[in-house]
Structures are given as C-alpha cells and as structure tokens.
Design a protein around this ligand. Structure first.
Ligand SMILES: [Mg+2]
Length: 359
C-alpha cells in the first residue's frame, strides 16, 4: 500500500558450503571448496528478501569470517529502517565502514528483493526494463589444453555461444589452449580471455598478437596496481580491453575511463556493494560510451539471479559471465529466478528476485 510503513525486524546470515564439481584454476589461485553467505532480511509487514555475500579475498581482502562479523554489525544497525529506501540503507552502511562490499551486496540484494515484491514487479522491470533475457558466456578454467578444449566443446554442444578462457599461466600453454579450443568449437563461437592481472604491457602485446582473430577481447591483462598503464596496453593490442580487478566501484570506473584505460568494464555485485553500486558504475560507463559486463564470484542462484536481472534491465550491459552456479551441485533449498537454455537465461515474472529459498 502506498505510504504504508515498513521496517526491517531481523537480518540473518547463513554460512553455506559449496563443493565444486572440479577444482577451478585461474592465474593466481586454485579453488575447490568454497563458502558463501546467504542473507535473509525480514520485515514487520511479512516480506522476506534474500541476498548473497560471496567474498573473494585475493580481490577484495574480504573473507567469509570478516563478512559474517560485518553482517552482524549491519544487522543491528539496520533494524527499524525501511528496506525500500535503498540509498538510505547504503548511506548507513557506508557511514559505518569503507569496503566490506560483499556484506553490503548481501544486504543490498535482499533489500531490492523486498522492494520488488512490495512493488509487485520483477527486478528487471524495476531496474530499467530493457529485456527479460540475457546471454551468458561459460568460463573455462586453466587446465591442460586438451581438457580445456573438451570442456569448451561440451559447453558449446549444450548451447553456449560465448566462452571466456582463463589464461595467465604459462604463455605457450595458454596459446596452445586457445588454439585447441578454437579448433574444437569452430569459427563462430566468441572467445574472450581473462589474464587475471598476470601480464606486463609487452607480454600483453605479444600474447594478443599471437592469439589474433581467435580472441575477441582481453580481460584484466595487467595487475590492478598497474592500472595507469592500461591506456598503453590499449595502444599495443588490437582487441578490446576489459577491466575487472582494476574497477570495484564508480570512482574506479571514472578514473579508468577518464584516462582511456578500457573498452569494457566487468561489474561484479560483490565488488560494487550490490545492485546500487552496479547502477552507478554502469551510468559512468554508459556516459563514457563504454559497455559493461556483469561477472560473478562463486555465487549461488541468489547472487546470479540478481546479476541476471541487472543485465536484462540495462541496454548498456552487453555481456554476462554468470555461470558460477553451474560449477557445483545446486542446493536443494534454492530454486527459481530464471530458466536456462544453453547460454540464454530467461527471467521469471515473479516479483523481486523471483527465487524460492527455504533458509
Ligand atoms: Mg575477471
């Protein structure tokens, strides 16, 4: 009802383990078992919203332990506030602490879930309403080239038309892997690579020339600390340069794009404090004429669904890398949000996130 008061009565955080089907290797880490945090916000009007906090310590310095502590602090602070007043909620969170973007994302997503339910609208309509469908790539982790090609072929057979390939280990092996994948999937599948901060500018030039037309974009070629050298990399390589670890929030995006450092920005809700921060980054990027991608950490269907809504909502969100939930057995307490046919995800019209969660 219009003008009806709504107050947060409880914020609970549930630590959940997810076991990956296969260990996942990127340039700076190998991952096999992980934890994530499901955030549940309850109101005095009976609405319940779900969010997810999935920290990745090498990128944000946040861990499950630190975010559980912050979520307890945030919970005490936010009880009594209206979850639909998203900017007010973020002002309270940011006044308490800088960083802790994963915990903030967990709260943010749950509040948007409630906002959507209270408005009777799916989030993709509330956030922008460009579409109800997205196309996601599938990410191939570093392995031996034959195994990577086999996995790529299986995913393309399952309907994926875009692949993201992790590189940044051994140069020769990276080249062999991309060649093997291209040979296995044929000429029409789009292949982007992610070097996860592993290269120097000269190495980026050498590698991207060697990849040539097999690769359509390179993600995060340089360490985040070398972000000032990205304009040089853009001069040296023909393919578009995407930033991930270099851009966490709208301030980072402004600095990188004002200096001509990137062609595409990879937004992650867990870096950006949720959908609110993602909207700000997307606005900065769109104003600079730069499209965005939505990526993910190791998130369940809750965090992924939030990002799918964001991509569907916005014309400028032209790419999606929202595949993490396929890397592990989906928990029996969670379903809904979207249906999937290969890389095409279609959102339901249920209000809010549209997920069902039994926690
Ligand atoms: Mg990345």
């Amino acid at each position: 009802m219009r003008g009806e008061k709504m107050r947060i009565t409880k914020i609970e955080s549930f630590k959940q383990a997810v076991t990956l089907h296969h260990p996942f290797k990127i340039a700076f880490a190998t991952i096999d078992e992980l934890q994530t945090i499901i955030v549940k916000v309850t109101t005095d009007t009976g609405w319940v919203g779900y969010g997810e906090a999935s920290p990745f310590e090498p990128v944000t310095g946040e861990s499950i332990e630190t975010e559980m502590v912050m979520l307890t602090t945030f919970a005490e602070q936010l009880v009594g506030m209206d979850p639909r007043l998203i900017e007010q909620i973020h002002s309270a969170l940011d006044a308490t602490t800088v960083g802790h973007t994963a915990a903030k994302a967990g709260i943010d997503i749950a509040c948007y879930d409630i906002l959507g339910q209270a408005a009777g609208l799916p989030l993709y309509q509330l956030l922008g309403g460009n579409s109800n469908q997205i196309v996601s790539d599938f990410t191939i982790g570093i392995d031996d080239p034959a195994a990577m090609a086999e996995e790529a072929q299986a995913r393309v057979a399952a309907g994926f038309t875009e692949l993201k390939v992790k590189v940044g280990g051994d140069d020769q092996q990276d080249l062999a892997a991309v060649r093997a994948i291209r040979a296995a999937v044929g000429p029409t599948v789009d292949i982007r690579i992610d070097a996860n901060q592993a290269w120097t500018p000269k190495q980026a030039k050498r590698m991207m020339r060697a990849f040539g037309d097999d690769v359509s974009a390179v993600e995060q070629p340089l360490p985040a600390a070398q972000t000032h050298q990205l304009p040089l990399v853009r001069e040296l390589v023909d393919q578009p340069v995407m930033v991930d670890e270099s851009v966490h929030d709208a301030h980072d995006a402004f600095h990188v794009l004002a200096t001509g450092g990137a062609d595409i920005v990879n937004i992650k809700l867990q870096k950006a404090s949720g959908l609110w921060g993602a909207s700000q980054i997307n606005a900065v990027a769109e104003a600079a004429g730069i499209p965005v991608m939505l990526g993910c950490m190791v998130e369940t269907r809750i965090g992924i669904t939030a990002a799918v809504h964001f991509v569907a909502a916005h014309r400028n969100a032209q790419y999606a890398d929202l595949d993490a939930f396929m890397d592990f057995a989906e928990p029996e307490w969670l379903s809904g949000g979207f249906t999937q046919e290969g890389g095409v995800y279609t959102l339901t019209d249920a209000p809010g996130l549209g997920i069902q969660c039994d926690l």
